[in-house]
Design a protein around this ligand. Structure first.
Ligand code: FES
Length: 167
């Protein structure tokens, strides 16, 4: 091979240099964007952690009790302390924890507060109603049941995961 074959023309040199610099700059812009897009997805596992609600199974009866609890919420790179709530009760051998968030427009439901509709969850915003198991009452605004929490019992204490949408 002659020495001439190894020579790089000014045009080739500029092309290589600009391609290299351009590629480097593009990588610098794309990497943070890719991380931004993927990072929350990678943290899904962290969000699915079960949190204790400071409630022993022996305290749970067939009458729903409202239980507030704290947990850490990761939103992209921002972590905050959030208060959650659940209506917890026993149905036979099963312990159920329902989300108090009305499935109509997100107000908070109460248990047994409307004397006209005893033993139902009642939403004061638009008079939505739900049966004890969270089923929405036909003819009221909500069109699906209350969400039900993932639930685990560890050493007699109740832990909740994320609320699961039904219907
Ligand atoms: S928000 Fe509950 S009935 Fe509308």
């Amino acid at each position: 091979m002659s020495e001439k074959d190894h020579k790089v023309s000014r045009r080739q040199f500029l092309t290589y240099t600009l391609t290299g610099v351009g590629g480097f700059m593009a990588a610098g812009m794309i990497m943070p964007m890719a991380r931004f897009a993927l990072d929350p997805a990678l943290k899904v596992g962290a969000e699915s952690d079960m949190v204790p609600i400071n409630l022993h199974v022996d305290e749970v009866t067939s009458e729903p009790i409202r239980k507030n609890f704290q947990f850490e919420q990761v939103d992209a790179w921002y972590t905050s302390e959030v208060t959650g709530a659940a209506w917890v009760f026993r149905q036979g051998d099963e312990i159920i924890a329902l989300s108090p968030v009305c499935t109509h427009l997100g107000c908070t439901v109460d248990w047994n507060t409307n004397p006209d509709f005893e033993n139902q969850f009642f939403c004061p915003c638009h008079f939505g109603r739900f049966e004890l198991d969270g089923t929405n009452v036909a003819g009221t605004p909500p069109t699906r049941p209350l969400d039900v929490y993932e639930l685990e019992v560890r050493d007699g204490y109740i832990y909740l995961g994320r609320p699961i949408r039904r219907g």
